[in-house]
Design a protein around this ligand. Structure first.
Ligand SMILES: [Ca+2]
Ligand SMILES: [Ca+2]
Length: 280
């Protein structure tokens, strides 16, 4: 529904009707945890919404612990039922990994892992990275966009590891991360590594939340339409619509930016933008 509102705003110049911005990121710590205690009441951060991300305020998308995969020999973690937290049961190295499934063009400016650290000698290490796979040609490539950790010696209990990304990371699922001239598929990965040394149940994690907004492609260097030159009003947006196939202009070389839109033209643009009618 928001998408239709946005398109209406684009087509008719009206103000987009957007959902209220999400509340500030927050979570509520429970009491001093004991193993599996029902006192571990956690209010998840905002981000339970469907990942539509329209509007300048952006959106939080949560990647809960159940979506993370143990790796490097890490056993299946223990789940603290009802809390959303999972973690290694005993003093052992543990690593978990998940992929973001945000749309192309999503601009990510803030990521945080929601964790629990009550280990006097251990910590959580959190990393947000991109990985260019190489299924066709070129070389795979890993790049870290940001990382952080809890205190190795400290015992903050329930806490978060926050990563502010400046500039923001823009999702491109087909890109050339290592600049070797060959684009490939790209995965955006979150990982958590913990070393529990104090014996039992001192490290847990809830997952991570990602704050992102939809963006419009940067304007091209040359104009598609002679009547919408580079830098003119609406240039970036009109170019994005043309590049997406949503508009073909009013003829091969003109967009007619000041011509009123007919209902038929509106129908064509909306149907293309929404990808309508797939029944066989
Ligand atoms: Ca610690
Ligand atoms: Ca490459």
């Amino acid at each position: 529904m928001k998408r239709r509102f946005l398109l209406s705003a684009l087509l008719f110049g009206g103000a987009a009707l957007l959902a209220p911005p999400p509340a500030a990121a927050q979570y509520t710590s429970g009491a001093t945890p004991t193993n599996g205690s029902s006192t571990e009441v956690v209010t998840p951060p905002p981000g339970q919404q469907a990942p539509d991300g329209f509007g300048p305020e952006g959106n939080y998308t949560a990647f809960q612990a159940a979506r993370w995969i143990p790796w490097q020999g890490t056993p299946t973690p223990s789940a603290y039922v009802g809390t959303g937290y999972v973690g290694p049961s005993y003093a052992t190295p543990a690593a978990y990994w998940t992929q973001l499934d945000l749309p192309n063009g999503a601009s990510i400016d803030y990521v945080y892992a929601v964790v629990y650290d009550n280990d006097t000698n251990g910590d959580w290490d959190f990393d947000f990275a991109g990985y260019e796979g190489a299924p066709f040609a070129g070389s795979p490539h890993y790049v870290s966009f940001g990382s952080g950790s809890t205190s190795l010696s400290g015992t903050p209990g329930y806490t978060a590891i926050r990563l502010t990304l400046d500039p923001p990371v823009v999702v491109h699922e087909w890109a050339d991360l290592n600049n070797d001239g060959t684009p490939n598929i790209v995965s955006y990965n979150l990982s958590l590594k913990g070393t529990q040394t104090s014996g039992y149940d001192t490290l847990r994690f809830w997952g991570a939340a990602v704050h992102w907004t939809r963006t419009i492609s940067p304007p091209p260097a040359t104009a598609t339409f002679v009547d919408v030159p580079v830098g003119s009003f609406g240039f970036q947006h009109i170019e994005a619509l043309a590049a997406s196939g949503i508009t073909a202009g009013c003829d091969a070389t003109h967009f007619c930016p000041n011509t009123p839109v007919t209902r038929a033209q509106m129908a064509i643009s909306l149907a293309k933008a929404l990808g309508l009618e797939w029944t066989e």
